[in-house]
Ligand binder design. Structure first.
Ligand SMILES: Nc1ncnc2c1ncn2[C@@H]1O[C@H](COP(=O)(O)OP(=O)(O)O)[C@@H](O)[C@H]1O
Ligand SMILES: [Mg+2]
Length: 157
């Protein structure tokens, strides 16, 4: 399997306990080979590195305004322009109800977005496609500079 293929990056090529540089390098490589459409969820506590990884993925995708890729404080949904179509970045941390999700036009976003990256996806898990790539990040109890990375994804080439 080619070292830069999606399947490799999601499997043996995914670092287990990356420092920030390795996590970002992996995210950029992943962003560069993502299929369209694609949904990626990012789970993990505050500070686990979800937004850091989203930003790296966006760099790999080719988002030019990379400084715009932050944890949205007031908006739940942000959109970034990229060469092969827009990237939607959702952070559902502040979502208060399913009704609010509906008001955001969530189902249309899920169906229509070429790339959808979702932090705090718990609220929306039922609405996501079966081939969603689930990324889980956690603090490494043994090393504050590293994060534990796990991926649950359908088999992909
Ligand atoms: N190995 C690592 N991977 C990702 N972030 C790290 C790592 N080590 C330290 N950090 C820091 O942890 C913080 C993660 O913040 P952020 O990505 O906003 O988390 P989240 O979106 O999960 O709340 C950043 O300040 C980042 O620099
Ligand atoms: Mg965040």
């Amino acid at each position: 399997m080619a070292a830069d293929s999606l399947g490799y990056l999601l499997g043996r090529g995914a670092p287990r306990a990356p420092d920030r540089d390795s996590l970002e390098a992996w995210g950029r490589a992943l962003g560069a080979v993502l299929p369209r459409p694609v949904v990626i969820t990012l789970e993990g506590d505050l500070g686990a590195g979800k937004t850091t990884l989203v930003r790296a993925i966006c760099v790999g995708i080719g988002v030019a305004a990379i400084e715009a890729v932050t944890s949205p404080t007031f908006s739940i949904i942000q959109q970034y322009d990229a060469p092969r179509g827009p990237v939607i970045h959702a952070d559902l941390y502040r979502l208060r109800s399913d009704a609010e999700l509906e008001m955001l036009g969530w189902d249309e976003l899920v169906e229509g977005a070429p790339v959808l990256l979702v932090e705090w996806p718990d609220r929306a898990v039922n609405t996501l496609p079966r081939d969603t790539i689930h990324v889980v990040l956690g603090h490494d109890p043994e090393n504050a500079d590293r994060r534990l990375l796990r991926i649950h994804a359908p088999t992909m080439r």
